[in-house]
Structure formats: structure tokens, C-alpha cells
Design a protein around this ligand. Structure first.
Ligand SMILES: Nc1ncnc2c1ncn2[C@@H]1O[C@H](COP(=O)(O)OP(=O)(O)OP(=O)(O)O)[C@@H](O)[C@H]1O
Ligand code: SF4
Ligand SMILES: [Mg+2]
Length: 347
């Protein structure tokens, strides 16, 4: 499998040194702290980690939809294949409410969320809302837009589309709303789909259907996916590469097989141990690593996993920031246990 560092092709999106600070009553929270990753055309990168580690803030920052209080630095360089003006463009340099990023949102980069009600207004029919997105981004012709909307509803497995088109969000079941949200997101043929816990709220059967649908549409449309999830089962099924996040940092990154068969970071190993087994409760959250995630406020330079880590080296892990070590061109980790196994630079 080709991997991040081994690839020579240009990534569709390259996120570098992403940092997000939030002023809170208790001090400045460093919620995302120097995140780097690349996303490639037609591939899926999974972002996994416990609640609060910064997955949503990271993914939302790409299209500048985080709340105002989030102070974001770093870069997210986009390389559109289909539009020269969107080549080599740092999305983070654009004003968050400006015309440019608004024209990219929905059209080039679409996002789906855990709760489809956040994507739809209860006031308008599902069909009108999908059509509206198509009218903004794809065609001014209402007839054509309706045709595309109906086709998209059919594509996501919603039958009786003419009738469904005129229904309101509350008339759809949760699974159907999720499908409708996917059809809205994909109706403009985005180059990148950001999916933040897209199936967490669904029951297991619908979850499998929705994931299968995303995979099929990815094959058909060749889009890249950034998939945010708690669930390593979903990662195994869907992803080409995985970035494991802890306390605002990517602590390990590798091709999916490498993460499952050759995990290095004690946190990744803990997550894998807490993964529900076949036949177990698949919706269980990854919360069984002992101890709690500290708040990222005023933390000293040291490993954030120190208090929970059984392998910690006192006097080392709690005295300095942990550099990133490339243990192969495919696999990077932030842990002092591997510092001397570097194949490339540590940073
Ligand atoms: N607007 C905000 N104001 C203050 N703190 C925030 C805000 N948004 C997020 N945070 C904090 O930033 C951290 C990262 O949040 P984020 O939503 O990215 O986590 P997450 O990994 O997506 O978690 P989950 O798996 O629960 O969705 C958390 O500690 C969260 O409480
Ligand atoms: S750096 Fe030290 S404390 Fe942190 S995960 Fe590695 S061994 Fe554990
Ligand atoms: Mg989240």
C-alpha cells in the first residue's frame, strides 16, 4: 500500500502544524497542538481518538466553521485538480466568512455530521434543501437541479423519491435523514468529504449500509474522505490510513494494517485493546483506557499520556516535549520509546 511519506503524488489537502487555541475562564486551552496530515484523491484518512482529543475542531477548521473563539494557526493547503484557482491555496488564510471559502464549502469540500438535524432546517422540505445546495454550486436551472436532487436521493437508497422530495426532515427516520444529508453533501460532487462521526447515531444495520454507501460513492466519484470516528471497527472497514489523536496531537500515524498489526504508541495499543470484539457491543465508546484525559490548559512540555501510560520512563517522558519519530517512511509515532528507532528526522 502506498503511504503518506512514500507517495510522490501531490496530496489533495496538506494540513501542517495546525494549532487551535481557545480562551476559556480557566485559561488558554491548546485544543489542537501541531497537527500534520495529508489527504489523497480517492483515499480515506481516519482520525480516531477518545472524546475531547480535538478531532472535530481539526476537521472543521479545514472549512473554517469552528466557533469564533477558536484561534487557528498553521496551514491547510488545497490542491484542486479541477480548478486552477484552487490549486496551492491555503484555506486557513481565507477569511472564514468570505466569498472564497463559502464557494469551496459544499462544492469542493462537503461535510457530514453525526446529527443530520444540524444540516437540515426543519422549516423547508428535504428536497428543497438539497436543490438549494445544487442551485448555489452547480446549476442555475431549477429543473436540472431537481433532477440531480432526485437522482442523488435514489443513489443513497431512498425510494419513492418524488414523494420524499416534498417531505420535511421530521418526516424522515434517523437513518433516512443521514442518507439525505449524504445525498446533499455529495450532490455537488465534492473532491473531499469530511465525515465527522457520520454513523454514530445510527443502529448497527443502518450504520453498515451508510458506510457501504459512502464507499461506493467514493469509488464512483473518486473523492477523498476524512473520516472522524471513535470506532476502530469503522476505521478497519473504511480507511487507507489512520491518524491517532490524543490531547490535541497526532501521536501515531500509519497505513491501516500497520496500525492494527504493528501499533507502537501505548495509547494506540490501549485503544485497540478497548475495541469491541466480534459479536460484542459495537456501539461501545472507546473509554476503557484507565485514567482520564487531562484538560489541555497550562500543560508543561511533556508527554500528555504520561499519567495513564504503563510504559512511562520517569525523568524522560515527564520532562520534555515528545518529538515525532519516523520509524519507517510509512509510520510515525510520538513516544520516547521509539526515539532511537528513527529512520528519518525527529521533529
Ligand atoms: N467552543 C468551544 N469552547 C471551549 N472549548 C471547546 C470548544 N469547542 C471544543 N472545545 C474543547 O476542545 C476540545 C476538543 O474538542 P473536539 O470537539 O474537537 O473533540 P472531539 O475529539 O471531536 O470529541 P468527541 O469525540 O467528543 O466529538 C475539548 O476539550 C472540547 O471541550
Ligand atoms: S512518551 Fe513515555 S509516557 Fe508517553 S506514551 Fe511514550 S512511554 Fe508512555
Ligand atoms: Mg467530535
Amino acid at each position: 500500500m502506498t503511504t503518506q511519506a512514500a507517495r510522490t503524488e501531490q496530496p489533495l489537502l496538506s494540513v501542517q502544524d495546525l494549532k487551535i487555541r481557545i480562551e476559556t475562564d480557566n485559561g488558554v486551552m491548546q485544543a489542537v497542538d501541531g497537527v500534520d496530515f495529508n489527504i489523497y484523491k480517492g483515499k480515506t484518512l481516519g482520525l480516531v481518538g477518545e472524546s475531547g482529543c480535538g478531532k472535530s475542531l481539526t476537521s472543521r477548521s479545514i472549512i473554517s466553521i469552528n466557533p469564533k473563539e477558536c484561534e487557528t494557526t498553521g496551514s491547510a493547503v488545497y490542491h484542486s485538480e479541477s480548478e486552477k484557482a484552487l490549486h496551492n491555496l491555503d484555506l486557513l488564510s481565507l477569511p472564514p466568512t468570505g466569498k472564497r471559502i463559502r464557494s469551496i464549502r459544499g462544492r469542493k469540500i462537503a461535510m457530514i455530521f453525526q446529527e443530520p438535524m444540524t444540516a437540515f432546517s426543519p422549516m423547508y422540505t428535504i428536497g428543497n434543501q438539497i436543490m438549494e445546495a445544487i442551485l448555489i454550486h452547480r446549476t442555475k436551472d431549477k429543473k436540472k437541479a431537481k433532477k440531480i436532487a432526485l437522482e442523488m436521493l435514489a443513489k443513497v437508497g431512498i425510494s419513492d423519491q418524488e414523494k420524499r422530495f416534498d417531505q420535511y426532515p421530521h418526516e424522515f427516520s434517523g437513518g433516512m435523514r443521514q442518507r439525505a444529508m449524504i445525498s446533499m453533501a455529495l450532490s455537488c460532487n465534492p473532491e473531499l468529504l469530511i465525515a465527522d462521526e457520520p454513523t454514530t447515531a445510527l443502529d448497527v444495520t443502518i450504520q453498515a449500509q451508510v458506510l457501504e454507501l459512502m464507499r461506493e460513492l467514493q469509488k464512483e466519484l473518486g473523492m477523498a474522505i476524512l473520516l472522524v470516528t471513535h470506532d476502530l471497527g469503522i476505521i478497519a472497514k473504511m480507511c487507507d490510513e489512520v491518524a491517532v489523536m490524543y490531547l490535541g496531537k497526532i501521536v501515531e500515524q500509519a497505513p491501516v494494517k500497520e496500525i492494527f498489526y504493528n501499533p507502537k504508541h501505548p495509547y494506540t495499543k490501549g485503544l485497540l485493546k478497548s475495541m469491541p470484539r466480534l459479536g460484542g457491543n459495537k456501539s461501545k465508546r472507546l473509554d476503557s483506557i484507565e485514567g482520564a484525559v487531562p484538560m489541555p490548559i497550562g500543560l508543561p512540555p511533556m508527554c500528555g499520556f504520561y499519567d495513564r501510560c504503563k510504559d512511562r520512563i520517569e525523568g524522560v517522558c515527564n520532562t520534555k516535549a515528545v518529538p515525532k519519530t519516523h520509524i519507517s517512511d510509512q509510520h510515525s509515532v510520538r513516544c520516547f520509546l521509539y526515539e532511537d528507532q528513527s529512520e528519518g528526522e525527529s521533529q
